[in-house]
Design a protein around this ligand. Structure first.
Ligand code: ZN
Length: 100
């Protein structure tokens, strides 16, 4: 999990402007934003928020990194690097365990 900070001064300032979203709204849209699933007008609003809000930029970077790390870990799991002997040993051990 990524730990979030307290409400920032800039957020209070932003909420006074029209078409502006809060940092919490940004968090709600971050996955769709990263997956490119938002309509242009929402993207525009979020991009505007990112331009003025460093905290959400940092949060987005951290989120991207954690997503990349997750995808990297999954990609590594797909590599068939387990030696056949080890697989046989594990299978043998599992079967031995099942036999009473
Ligand atoms: Zn923000």
């Amino acid at each position: 999990m990524i730990i979030r900070r307290q409400k920032s001064q800039i957020e209070k300032w932003l909420l006074k402007m029209p078409l502006m979203i809060s940092c919490r709204d940004f968090e709600n849209f971050i996955i769709q934003y990263l997956e490119d699933e938002l309509p242009w007008n929402k993207r525009f609003i979020i991009n505007t928020h990112l331009k003025v809000c460093k905290e959400c930029r940092d949060y987005l970077d951290a989120y991207r990194l954690s997503m990349a790390a997750t995808k990297g870990a999954l990609a590594q799991e797909e590599l068939p690097e387990v030696p056949e002997d080890l697989v046989k040993a594990i299978l043998a051990a599992t079967q031995n365990g099942k036999n009473d």
